[in-house]
Ligand binder design. Structure first.
Ligand SMILES: [Zn+2]
Ligand SMILES: [Zn+2]
Length: 132
């Protein structure tokens, strides 16, 4: 995936992204479940310098299970989650894939926190467990 664009549900937040996807995954942790209101978050990581955001993004801070602070960036107008970031990998932004204008290009490779997955949520057996 090279040139990509996306934004929130109401359009107040928009981004243009380029560069190489560093990590494409489904995360089944409880935090992603709550943030997305669904069984998992589907996201991909880019270097933060490769993303140009416009519009106001607010961040909500919480502690990950490994003790590192994580931030969930969302549009304060419509509440759509846009990205996550963690102090553990300060150079990365994890964009939520459905914010893309063309989410069909997403190619997930990893599954994270599969042990927290809900019994009704599907896990593709072809995906690898993520390196921690
Ligand atoms: Zn919005
Ligand atoms: Zn998660």
């Amino acid at each position: 995936m090279n040139k990509q664009s996306g934004g929130c549900a109401c359009g107040a937040v928009r981004y243009e992204a380029s560069g190489k996807t560093e990590f494409a995954f489904h995360c089944h942790c409880r935090k992603c479940q709550r943030i997305t209101g669904s069984g998992h978050a589907s996201a991909f990581a880019l270097h933060r310098d490769d993303i140009e955001l416009t519009g106001e993004v607010r961040e909500f801070e919480q502690m990950a299970d490994n003790g590192a602070a994580t931030y969930s960036g969302f549009c304060p107008k419509c509440g759509s989650p846009i990205f996550s970031r963690t102090v553990r990998f300060p150079d990365r932004l994890y964009l939520h894939v459905a914010t893309l204008d063309d989410p069909s290009r997403f190619e997930p490779k990893f599954v994270v926190y599969e042990q927290a997955a809900q019994p009704w949520d599907y896990i593709d057996p072809a995906l690898q467990a993520a390196p921690r």
